[in-house]
Design a protein around this ligand. Structure first.
Ligand code: FNR
Length: 361
């Protein structure tokens, strides 16, 4: 039986074996604080490739040192960081998965204490090994320091750092580049009136607030060339009075489509503290609305955990791919499990694992 989940999809020159993608998920395990990928990343990402995902998007990877959320983030601002990713990309490809990477700058939410230790998420000041944070305006995220407002030279440097990280990602062999424009990090901070109070050409009107995103997208595209897909993760709503709304995001998605962005990965929230009605598939309606109204392929993400649920999202035309995060952390073989549940042959199960599924090789 053919199922939409396992129908290949092609974006520009990259073919994906199926439409179950792994969204970027920070691991905060770079103990040397040098942004260089480790054996952890190989095992973590490699297992998900063996498990059959169509694409695996490497966690938010900082384009500059001050763009890291925490000191334990991955980075891609030097060649050593690029070279450490090369064997990981090669392994993901050898397992039939497309290797993607999310290029990110954490803006005013940078220099915070990583998840998993007491005080997680709190501000780490320079005196404790943190660094000065930057943003569109000196407006703090609750509980963190107010960032330094970027001037034109600072904005130009951010765009240039996205470009050089994109170049290194291409050199490392990635088949998919994602720009992080969501979750209250730098690009989202510019997009949202709640964090952007500027009066220059980067603040005020929707066009001005989107200017940084569009400059970054153009710079990344210039490095990616015409055959590599470039996608953007957006927060479709701030879930807050005076913040970004779905209508705003539809407009931004139209601009992205006009600039050749290949897909919008539709998330929500993260720029202010808000009450979010979390539940199964809670962000999928945003992906559906953007797909329909902006005429651009979308990815749906957020509490997608069941094969039939994932299939339904695609079969009803709400999105072109689904991104399955925590369920794939729990079970890296979710795509194979989904294929068996839906009665589909793909994706291949590595021969040594066949007996785990009750199949005699
Ligand atoms: C995340 N998420 C996330 N999002 C993002 O854009 N960049 C990132 O680096 C991270 N990091 C991250 C780490 C961990 C441990 C989790 C659980 C989540 C959000 C993630 O990509 C996804 O959008 C959400 O987890 C919702 O999807 P699921 O988990 O409900 O399928």
């Amino acid at each position: 039986m053919s199922q939409k989940l396992f129908e290949p999809i092609t974006l520009r020159g990259t073919e994906f074996r199926n439409r179950i993608w792994v969204p970027p998920m920070c691991q905060y395990v770079v103990e040397k604080q040098d942004g260089v990928a480790t054996d952890w990343h190989m095992a973590h990402l490699g297992g998900m490739a063996q498990g059959g995902a169509g694409a695996i998007i490497v966690e938010a990877t900082a384009v500059s040192p001050e763009g890291r959320i925490s000191a334990q983030d991955l980075g891609l601002w030097n060649d050593e960081q690029r070279d450490a990713l090369v064997p990981i990309v090669a392994f993901l490809r050898s397992q039939g998965a497309v290797a993607g990477i999310q290029l990110a700058h954490a803006g005013r939410k940078a220099s915070s204490l990583r998840e998993g230790v007491p005080g997680a998420g709190r501000d780490v000041p320079p005196a404790e090994g943190g660094w000065e944070t930057v943003g569109p305006s000196p407006v703090a995220f609750p509980g963190l320091r107010a960032p330094r407002e970027l001037d034109q030279a600072g904005i130009d440097a951010v765009v240039a750092s996205f470009a050089s990280a994109a170049r290194r990602a291409v050199e490392a062999g990635f088949g998919l580049l994602e720009v992080h424009g969501a979750h209250g990090y730098l690009i989202h901070e510019f997009l949202s009136p709640l964090s952007n109070r500027r009066t220059d050409s980067y603040g005020g009107s929707p066009e001005n607030r989107a200017r940084l995103l569009l400059e970054v997208v153009d710079a990344v595209r210039a490095e990616a060339g015409e055959s590599l897909p470039v996608i953007v993760r957006l927060s479709a709503t701030d879930w807050a009075e005076g913040g970004i709304t779905l209508d705003d995001t539809v407009q931004v998605a139209q601009w992205l489509r006009e600039r050749g962005v290949d897909l919008v990965d539709v998330s929500t929230g993260g720029n202010v503290r808000a009450s979010i009605p979390v539940g199964p598939g809670y962000q999928t309606p945003f992906a559906a609305a953007i797909r329909e109204r902006a005429g651009i392929p979308t990815g749906a993400v957020g509490e997608i955990t069941e094969p039939a649920q994932a299939e339904h999202i695609l079969a009803t035309g709400q999105a072109d791919v689904v991104l399955v995060g925590r369920e794939i952390l729990r079970d890296p073989r979710f795509p194979q499990r989904a294929a068996l549940a839906l009665g589909v042959d793909a994706p291949p199960i590595p021969v040594p694992y066949l007996r785990a599924f009750g199949i005699r090789p």
